[in-house]
Design a protein around this ligand. Sequence first.
Ligand code: NAP
Ligand code: GLV
Length: 311
Amino acid sequence: MTRILFYLKDFPIEPWRNALVAEDASLEFRMYPDWGEPSDGPAYAVVWEPEPGLLKKFTNLKAVFSLGAGVDHLLSDPDLPEIPIIRMGDDGLKEGMAEYILMSVLMHHRQMVPIASQQRNAKWRRVISKSANKVRVGIMGYGALGKKAAEILRPIGYEIAAWSRRQKGAEEGIKHFTGPDAINAFLRRTDILVCLLPDTDETNKLLNHERLALLPKGASVINAGRGSLIDIQALIAHLDSDHLSGATLDVVPEEPLPADAPLWHHEKVIITPHVAAITRTDTGAAYIIRNIKTIDAGGEPENKLDRNHGY
Ligand code: NAP
Ligand code: GLV
């Protein structure tokens, strides 16, 4: 029988319990803090932002599932046990992110940020937007989520490029840029920058003042990866100087964004409270149970954290 030790705050638990039991009627679902004794039999932890040190105490854990694709909430635990960490990668998560990216790219392409600002000031000023095939979208981070975002954007007609760490094979309709040597050329050709990178030592403040300056005048930025990527003061400076036309930020360096942060009131910024893609219980539960079965059968789970690269 599978035992799941579940940890999630600020979201309803029942839908998760029901979805997991629907996938495996025999499983024992234990919600934190009712995890039993640390020395109890084998179990899988399924967690989001667990207290540091908690996982290490449960010495019979076979693996830890992150309830999201990001693992920064686990890697920040100095006592994270040396067992497999599995990142979420189910279809529901990818689809949720693709919906958010499609919405945000269209908002910037069709100039909804200045139009909404005009409305607040009862201003009727007609704007002309370029056709999609003249808009260059650049996706930073072409993993599970970046690929799905490209898939949903392509039929609109955008000119799409992607930047990632490792070389990718040729793909119709996507121009690939690889590694640090290609980042400047990638940014220079990008009108709408879509950021879907993990939080790692390499990505921290990668988008600083100098790199944001490489984007063409009037470009916009969408960040749905992690807030550590962008130097927010540099972003504000580029928005204020009219070098950049707008930004949509689902993630910010400090979450929740403090109530007195000027970013809340910036006319060119849309803030969403880290909701771009919240793991959906049905596809998420199926993904977790499928991978537990794989591990129990001695196989290799999907989307295992590569600790050397931090994602
Ligand atoms: P993934 O499949 O692991 O993809 C990560 C991508 O980032 C890969 O393309 C990888 O390149 C690239 N990358 C990593 N480090 C890089 C570097 N130093 N230079 C260039 N490229 C680099 O992850 P995912 O499932 O797409 O998720 C991406 C991130 O989205 C997560 O880590 C999480 O932080 C964030 N997220 C946010 C939300 C939200 O609601 N806002 C929801 C889910 C996830 P390679 O392809 O070459 O390996
Ligand atoms: C959400 O931020 C995730 O990492 O899935």
